[in-house]
Design a protein around this ligand. Structure first.
Ligand SMILES: Cc1cn([C@H]2C[C@H](O)[C@@H](COP(=O)(O)OP(=O)(O)OP(=O)(O)O)O2)c(=O)[nH]c1=O
Length: 203
């Protein structure tokens, strides 16, 4: 079986509980340990730009693990949905999910994923935020309610999963698709290639 086009050249640690992030990296042939950060994510600072906030969250999650695993290359990420002035994380409850999806319906919004590649021992600290524009179709309240009843929205920023049942909500995507799912795959691979943490299989 084809294991994917890349191989880890240094020990990798994914600091994330997200099964989507794990699947995206594993699908490329990379082996890695998974140790999610247990730190509570602080709220945005007053006036903090959403892209800076996403990068800061990714850094906080990654640094939590980097100090404890100085020999590993740490990959961390944080995904937020930005609608107008509002930063949407995961819904707190069903009502919150309905409010989020209603505010996104029939409009463009941005999905931002901040990610970091860190190596404490070598002093490597690369962080960036990737932005994707997503347009949601007009969805009736009944449609949104029926979607929420599936349970899918509750662990996802903006209360939807483009890769799952929530695919029906979206009618256009501009930019990286994997960024919406939680990890801008090509940008992360580029960072890992740049520092020699991964290489092309058989190369
Ligand atoms: C918009 C959108 C988000 N998401 C997910 C990606 C992230 O897992 C989640 C946002 O929460 P995050 O806080 O970024 O990540 P997480 O709590 O799942 O994992 P960890 O903090 O341990 O790294 O929303 C989708 O799966 N599909 C989508 O379409």
């Amino acid at each position: 079986m084809n294991q994917g086009p890349f191989r880890a050249r240094r020990p990798l640690l994914l600091a994330s509980a997200s099964p989507r992030r794990q699947a995206l990296l594993a699908g490329q042939g990379l082996g890695f340990e998974v140790v999610p950060s247990t730190l509570k994510e602080p709220a945005p600072e007053p006036g903090e730009a959403p892209a800076d906030y996403a990068a800061r969250m990714a850094r906080i999650k990654g640094q939590d693990l980097a100090a404890r695993h100085p020999d590993k290359v740490i990959i961390s990420a944080d995904t937020i949905v930005v609608e107008g002035e509002s930063i949407l994380g995961k819904p707190r409850n069903i009502d919150d999910a309905l409010a989020m999806l209603s505010s996104l319906s029939g409009r463009w919004h941005q999905v931002m994923t901040g990610f970091c590649v860190l190596h404490h021992g070598d002093g490597i600290s690369l962080c960036q935020t990737v932005t994707t524009r997503v347009h949601m179709a007009e969805n009736s309240r009944a449609m949104l309610q029926a979607y929420i009843d599936t349970g899918e929205p509750m662990d996802k920023a903006g209360a939807y999963g483009i890769q799952g049942i929530g695919a029906f909500l979206v009618d256009e995507v501009q930019g990286s698709y994997t960024n919406v799912v939680g990890l801008p795959l090509r940008s992360v691979l580029n960072c890992l290639l740049e520092i020699g943490a991964i290489g092309v299989a058989n190369a």
